[in-house]
Design a protein around this ligand. Structure first.
Ligand code: BGC
Length: 479
């Protein structure tokens, strides 16, 4: 207690110098290290594949497996992640993910055969899936409401930095062709996550759910600062948990949880079917079609147009997600994505023209790609993970997040598999037009369905959904 009082007195300096700011910073570091691993593992394969192929000589089917197996692993990891986070705690689920990152990276780096390489990809993917559920959950449950959006968006920032780091590693190591090092470097974010998780306290809400109230009080005053009214917060969490002590999957279809499920799954799906990963994975091919003729000009253009822009624009979300709110960012970002997709669709109508026109097509397509990626980076990228982590009531959060995250990975898998075939069948222009249609649907749906959650405690959000559900049911009963 004296410690807390002393801390209050000393804590009037700038935010990062306050003594207790170590703990919120640690929560931010969990977000960042988990996101780095997520992004690096997703991004590294693009540049490594050619060299793996040179060594093992596989065909396009195996190539597809090696590329997509991280996504498949992530789908299963996400499904298991919720149960692990409930049973063993969010913290231990993240420690497991960290070990999986390290083991998966080492297995890939030393793989003597293609089969073992694929096993390594799956292991690391499983870790990514577990982390993509447990990290935002841990952060949302530990952070104070007024900075929660920023801290969960830090997860997305780190994903984008991870993707950029992977592109950069691929670029630097492409001369020597050392693909084993490219994939092996993925152990570093895993190691960092392990280091960060070791001193971390469990999330306060998990501690309350297993009855460890003293520990919950301690975790709350560390993560939320000395001025927090820990007892009131614990009472609120207990009340929220007492309504529904044991959860099963069916509970997701009842009351306020059903509304949360619709919102989380809808956003998870729209984040993927509006095309981000197709554009990230196949940016080099898109640029080749647009007239960037050699591999190094493609790599350079996509490093800037995708990698750097993706990182830079995420800062916009960090700055505004807790001030302007989630909805304005989502709607404005999707409008920008739509503009980029329509622009690409129209630009590609003019592809395969004589050389002078091709140069114009090339430059325009890079501009549209930048517009699209930047707009995603401050909207559907960070805001979706934020909302998924805050809409579910306490007792069902882990299951709900698991399901929504698995849908996200499933959609990413299908889209990345379909995208090159779609381009072959109907061409670039029509493919981007389809993505544009999905974006229009996503915008309309978000406008109608996604409420503002900025600044509210997770318990207040749960109550808001419960009220909405009651109102909806009583007005349905009246009519
Ligand atoms: C998505 C990933 C995507 C990344 C791009 C994330 O929010 O979930 O699928 O690759 O953003 O920055």
């Amino acid at each position: 207690m004296t410690d807390i009082v002393e801390a209050t007195e000393q804590d009037d300096g700038p935010y990062i110098f306050r003594r207790w700011a170590f703990w919120p910073a640690l929560v931010g570091a969990v977000s960042i290290t988990a996101g780095l691993a997520f992004g690096y593992d997703q991004g590294v394969i693009g540049g490594a594949l050619t060299f793996m192929q040179d060594e093992f000589g596989f065909g396009s089917f195996v190539e597809g497996l090696i590329t997509s197996w991280v996504t498949v692993g992530a789908l299963f990891g996400a499904l298991a992640g919720g149960a692990l986070a409930d049973r063993f705690s969010r913290k231990r689920a993240l420690i497991l993910a960290a070990y999986l990152f390290i083991i998966g990276a080492i297995v890939q780096a030393v793989a003597p055969t293609v089969l073992i390489l694929i096993v390594g990809r799956f292991v690391i993917g499983f870790g990514v899936g577990v982390a993509s559920v447990a990290a935002p959950m841990f952060v949302a449950e530990s952070a104070a409401p007024d900075i929660r959006g920023r801290l969960v968006s830090g997860f997305q920032l780190a994903i984008t930095i991870g993707i950029l780091a992977a592109q950069f590693a691929d670029y630097l190591l492409s001369e020597s062709g050392t693909w084993r090092l490219m994939v092996g470097l993925a152990a570093i974010p895993g190691l960092l996550l392990l280091i960060v998780m070791t001193p971390a306290r469990h999330s306060p809400r998990w501690l309350v759910s297993v009855g460890r109230l003293d520990d919950a009080r301690d975790a709350l005053s560390k993560y939320r600062g000395p001025k927090v009214d820990a007892d009131a917060q614990i009472a609120e969490i207990e009340e929220n948990l007492a309504d529904e002590p044991d959860s099963n999957w069916g509970d997701l279809l009842v009351g306020g949880a059903r509304r949360a499920l619709v919102i989380a799954v809808g956003l998870a799906l729209f984040q993927q079917i509006t095309g981000i990963n197709a554009i990230i994975y196949y940016s080099n091919e898109i640029l080749a079609d647009a007239g960037f003729n050699d591999a190094s000009s493609q790599a350079g253009a996509s490093l800037v147009a995708v990698g750097c822009v993706n990182v830079a624009a995420t800062f916009i979300a960090l700055a505004f997600v807790d001030r302007l709110g989630r909805r304005p960012l989502l709607i404005a970002g999707m409008a920008g994505m739509l503009l980029g997709l329509v622009g690409m669709s129209i630009t590609f109508l003019f592809e395969a023209q004589p050389d002078n026109i091709n140069t114009i097509v090339g430059s325009l397509s890079v501009i549209w790609m930048v517009v699209y990626v930047a707009s995603f980076a401050f909207s559907l990228g960070p805001v979706v993970w934020t909302i998924i982590s805050e809409v579910f009531p306490n007792h069902i959060r882990a299951k709900g997040m698991s399901l929504a995250t698995a849908v996200n990975w499933g959609a990413a898998f299908v889209l990345t598999l379909l995208f090159p075939n779609l381009i072959d069948w109907i061409g670039n222009s029509a493919t981007f037009a389809i993505l544009a249609v999905f974006t229009v649907i996503a915008m309309g749906w978000t406008w109608l369905n996604v409420p503002e959650t900025k600044g509210k405690s997770l318990e207040e959000i749960a109550q808001m959904f419960e009220r909405d559900d009651l109102e909806a049911r009583s007005s349905a009963g009246e009519s």
